[in-house]
Design a protein around this ligand. Structure first.
Ligand code: PLP
Length: 403
């Protein structure tokens, strides 16, 4: 029996089916550093990037590069160890303390990524006597992390306090109850209604955890994220976030909160115990990113202004958007093939975007998710809007121009 052949034939058929439904994702390689204008292999030497998580424009910032280079010379390339064996450099602890000082929490613990932070946290902190109540649109890493925990699991409708209230009724009796939400829902550009969610959680004696990956560094006062935006910093008990987006965009994640919780994660979180320590050069550059995020109000001001310019311009052209104010600007198209056609027509106009379709978003809710950066100029956004007008008509996403 050629068992392997059968397996491979199965996946060939599956891939063919995706292809037929326009659901295959293709990766395009950049041949420049990440930035506002990038070179895309086979897609232009200089195209406007509107799909990076580079919210503060720090991914190739000279100050971060200098800090990383200096750290390479001082601390070397890799740690070749997990933290508790011989993988802790002073810069790791420095970054943990810097993160908690920035977020005004007691302590923080680093992870190789925020995916790992979310994968490790629930299993370590919550057992079978406990319950987790999770938003239906939470990030994949939260969903996976919850699956690894023995706690009872409940789900509530996206960002809906009444639905959370009902889920918490069902969870009653559990020893510890943790409500979990993304601070920003990344496919929709919607900020979680933390004041209402916290109030419901408090009514049931539940703790609250927020994954602020799409907010830390640029949302709320000082860029401290969605709890700061909503004035609920003291009512959120655990925060997770990434260094892979606004804060330089390399990699790494954290959990931040009370010192007892962080101390326990250091003993029990499996991605912390069993995965390699962050590269010291990343930690050193992330420290600089945090200084910039904390102090540079002009950067956040430009991000907000460019976001308004893009959102207003797209609405004026006739596109339907999701979310308000957040630099994630989803242009709702519906049909996956049509979204793909618009993305490719935009590429021909010199704008680099990505279409999102099932299973990343629900079927028939395909969209182009734009992301604004503080490093975009108003000319850059005007260029993008011209391209959307032209590509929108060329691809059929907008009605043809009247003559
Ligand atoms: C991007 C993202 C993550 C994953 O972060 P990484 O550090 O890249 O693993 C986790 N949660 C949310 C909400 C995210 O948007």
């Amino acid at each position: 029996m050629a068992a392997v052949e059968t397996v491979l034939a199965h996946f060939r058929a599956e891939l063919d089916q995706l292809q037929a439904q326009s659901l295959v994702r293709h990766e395009r390689a950049l041949d420049t550093p990440q930035g506002i204008w990038v070179g895309v292999k086979g897609g232009g030497d200089r195209v406007l990037n509107l799909c990076a998580n580079n919210y503060l424009g720090l991914a190739n910032d000279p100050r971060l590069l200098a800090a990383a280079r200096e750290a390479l010379d001082r601390h070397g390339f890799g740690m070749a160890s997990v933290r508790f064996i011989c993988g802790t450099n002073a810069v790791h602890r420095q970054l943990e303390q810097r993160v908690s000082r920035y977020l005004r929490t007691e302590d923080a613990i680093l992870f190789p990524s925020c995916f790992d932070a979310n994968a490790g946290l629930f299993e370590a902190l919550l057992g079978e006597e406990d319950a987790i109540v999770s938003d239906s649109l939470n990030h994949a890493s939260i969903i996976d992390g919850i699956r690894l925990s023995k706690a009872r699991r409940y789900r509530y409708a996206n960002n809906d306090p009444a639905s959370l209230d009902m889920a918490l009724e069902q969870a009653a009796g559990a020893r510890t109850i943790l409500v979990v939400t993304d601070g920003v829902f990344s496919m929709d550009g919607i900020v979680a209604n933390l004041p209402a969610l916290c109030t419901v959680a408090e009514k049931h004696g539940a703790l609250v955890m927020v994954d602020d990956s799409h907010a830390v560094g640029f949302v709320g006062e000082g860029g401290r994220g969605t709890p700061a935006l909503h004035g609920v910093e003291g009512r959120v008990h655990l925060l997770t976030g990434t260094f892979g987006k606004a804060l330089g965009g390399a990699s790494g994640g954290y959990v931040s909160g009370a010192k007892e919780l962080v101390a326990w994660l250091r003993q029990r979180a499996r991605p912390y115990l069993f995965s390699n320590a962050l590269m010291p050069a990343i930690c050193a550059a992330t420290l600089v990113a945090l200084d910039i995020a904390e102090s540079d109000e002009a950067l956040r001001g430009n991000l907000a202004a460019r976001t308004r310019q893009l959102r207003q311009g797209l609405v004026a052209l006739g596109f339907r958007l999701s979310g308000v104010d957040h630099p994630i600007v989803p242009v709702m198209i519906g049909d996956a093939a049509r979204a793909a056609a618009l993305a490719s027509a935009l590429g021909e106009c010199g704008v680099f975007v990505t279409a999102f379709s099932y299973p990343v978003v629900p079927r028939d809710q395909a969209r182009i998710r734009l992301q604004v950066s503080a490093a975009h100029s108003s000319d850059d956004i005007a260029f993008a809007l011209d391209a959307f007008a032209e590509a929108g008509r060329a691809s059929g996403a907008l009605p043809p121009a009247r003559r």
